[in-house]
Unconditional design. Structure first.
Length: 227
């Protein structure tokens, strides 16, 4: 099974993938259903796109169990890790205890819904979100909130499952409306305020539930706010 750390598809034994939805009760139960949901490793596209960025202030939206937040903190970032589910944040806190005081001091956890929580305008040098499942009506405001939180010269990184994955054996939710093209993220950015060096459906290898290596694709958008 493919490994990632953000909110994503249901794994076998942990609910029907068709039931993935964006509400707190669903995700609280989801995290309480198993000792660990995600791999604990940072997401591959975060490592690829943010590995060379100088550390600053980062916002990790839908942080899950904290693999991305801990990776950023270990590299010197001051991280605000936000998730809808308190059960997820409890796991972040537990991981921080294991990571040691230097890393733990750089991560602040916040329970919040990006659809309503205001991260503040221009506060972060990096705003990142991986595999956040939202229906189309909610994505526009979520992208706008994330973009507004990026400081001048800062980076917005949005990574999601691409719709072409529905034709693979990886086990995505049978809900095409949860998947989106890079152009949808780009369209949410204010014209003239951003440079967009990356907006693509990026292939990578994954292992499906039957142990077969297959090619899947991530929607990857990296944008830099001018200024």
């Amino acid at each position: 099974m493919e490994q990632h750390d953000g909110h994503g598809h249901a794994r076998p034994g942990h609910g029907d993938p068709r039931e993935v939805r964006h509400d707190r009760a669903f995700w609280e139960e989801r995290y309480r259903s198993a000792d660990r949901i995600w791999s604990g490793r940072p997401n591959a596209q975060l490592v690829a796109e943010a590995g060379d960025l100088p550390p600053g202030r980062a916002l990790d939206v839908a942080c899950g169990e904290g693999g991305d937040a801990l990776w950023l903190a270990a590299r010197g970032w001051e991280v605000t890790a936000v998730d809808l589910a308190q059960a997820a944040l409890d796991r972040v806190d537990a991981a921080l205890e294991q990571a040691g005081p230097e890393v733990a001091a750089r991560v602040r956890t916040v329970r919040g819904d990006i659809g309503s929580w205001d991260p503040g305008a221009g506060r972060y040098d990096l705003v990142t979100s991986h595999f956040l499942h939202l229906p189309p009506a909610d994505r526009v405001s979520a992208f706008a909130r994330m973009a507004a939180a990026v400081a001048p010269g800062g980076t917005l990184l949005v990574v999601a499952h691409h719709g072409s994955d529905l034709a693979t054996t990886i086990g995505r939710p049978d809900l095409p409306e949860l998947f989106f093209e890079p152009a949808e993220v780009v369209a949410a950015l204010e014209p003239g305020d951003w440079d967009v060096p990356v907006a693509e459906a990026r292939p990578r290898e994954a292992v499906d539930p039957d142990g077969r290596t297959i090619t899947i694709r991530d929607t990857v958008v990296r944008a830099r706010r001018r200024g």
